[in-house]
Design a protein around this ligand. Structure first.
Ligand SMILES: Cc1ncc(COP(=O)(O)O)c(C=O)c1O
Length: 391
């Protein structure tokens, strides 16, 4: 077994140590959970929930059971439904677009930018019709969307901007945290996310009336000052539990340190990749103050790797114990519930290309020590040196 031979062909892998696991937890989670247990009021909104909502953001915060129902709740609270259109990207998790159909409206797919993976403002402009009521940009991988161009466009066309910030806990654009830039911001606390309780979600808004409508939808249609058996609105039960809130509050105490570490390791990785032909990392705008790096993204150009298909490149890196992935196999408008006529599709060549070229690394890898990023570089160089053996 040699170090220069590919691990795929029996050589020694570049990486032999495990990567940081996810989720991470310690005595803080244990103490928070015990406090909920011993308070003995397990239903309704435990005080752990309201404590988390105040700690998570300076805006009004409404928690729910996940980051899919947050999107549905925001759309409902804005009275978006049958006959309305909502512009969404096709290169994202299905919830961004499916939520639009769930409330009876039509998702309209507009393309993303090839270098940022984020919704492209000119593509949104081209997709708007007189039925368009809202746009849901995703801060993809944690990279804030260019709000300096999107917001004026939304204002011109009278569109609500609902941020899908499922990847972007702690990200900031031009002096402002994401989630507070549009009319509402949606977060997910699902198991892979940078802040997690296994499941969970939160909506932020600066608008007190919208906050109240969202809260009411998530809490059986109640009103904050009404009787528990009075239901002025049609709602459902999306309440986050005290258990989840306790775990989230504990995780929140580490979020900023983790964010800094992910950002600095991502900078190091980007520095390496700038030297490697054929792997283009996601581009950062200088107006990005913080990038959560839920996913580290790069574009693989097979031509620069002697025509080696992306799946072979990924398999070779995985054998070296570098856990990379291809992310989404095709744009969302190929998923059966989102094909035409359930959606309207504008040309999305960049999203199509990103489905073929993306190579991703998940956030927990960026929590390793800075020098461990070198393993990723070494593995890429090793694959390149052995490219002939892979053909
Ligand atoms: C961009 C995006 N939006 C929404 C969601 C939905 O979040 P959840 O899994 O909490 O329902 C996800 C996540 O998994 C996501 O990646």
């Amino acid at each position: 077994m040699t170090k220069t031979e590919l691990a795929l062909h029996g050589g020694q892998p570049v990486r032999t140590q495990p990567w940081p696991s996810w989720p991470q937890w310690d005595e803080t989670e244990r103490a928070g959970l015990l406090a909920v247990l011993e308070r003995g009021e397990w239903g309704g909104y435990d005080t752990a929930v309201t404590e988390f909502e105040s700690a998570f953001a300076a805006q009004f915060c409404v928690t729910t059971v996940n980051g899919t129902t947050t999107l549905e709740t925001a759309l409902r609270a804005l009275n978006i439904g049958p006959g309305d259109e909502v512009v969404v990207p096709p290169y994202t998790f299905i919830a961004t677009a499916a939520s639009v159909r769930t409330v009876g409206a039509t998702p309209v797919f507009a393309d993303v930018d090839l270098e940022t993976w984020n919704l492209s403002t000119p593509a949104v402009e081209a997709a708007v019709s007189d039925r368009t009521k809202a746009v849901i940009p995703v801060h993809f991988g944690g990279l804030p969307v260019d709000f300096d161009s999107l917001l004026p466009l939304a204002q011109r066309h009278n569109l609500f901007v609902i941020e899908d910030a499922a990847h972007a806990h702690g990200s900031g654009w031009n002096g402002q945290p994401v989630g507070a830039l549009g009319v509402a911001g949606s977060f997910s606390f699902q198991a892979s996310k940078n802040l997690t309780a296994g499941e969970g979600g939160a909506l932020l808004t600066n608008d007190p009336q919208l906050a109240e409508r969202m809260w009411s939808i998530a809490n059986c249609g109640r009103s904050p000052d009404g009787h528990g058996y009075e239901h002025p609105n049609l709602g459902t039960n999306l309440r986050l539990s005290g258990w989840q809130a306790a775990v989230l509050s504990a995780g929140l105490t580490r979020l900023d340190d983790q964010l800094q570490r992910r950002m600095s390791n991502a900078r190091r990785l980007r520095g390496f990749l700038d030297e490697i032909d054929g792997l283009a990392p996601q581009r950062w705008d200088p107006r990005v103050d913080a990038h959560a790096h839920h996913i580290f993204l790069m574009r693989y150009d097979a031509d620069s790797f002697a025509g080696l298909p992306r799946r072979a490149f990924i398999s070779a890196l995985r054998a070296e114990n570098i856990p990379v992935g291809p992310l989404y196999p095709y744009p969302l408008y190929h998923q059966p519930p989102l094909v035409e006529p359930y959606s309207r599709i504008t040309p999305c060549p960049n999203s199509e290309l990103l489905c073929r070229q993306t190579v991703s690394i998940s956030q927990n890898i960026l929590l390793a020590e800075p020098h461990e990023m070198d393993d990723i570089l070494q593995a890429i160089l090793k694959v390149r040196q052995n490219i002939a053996a892979l053909h």
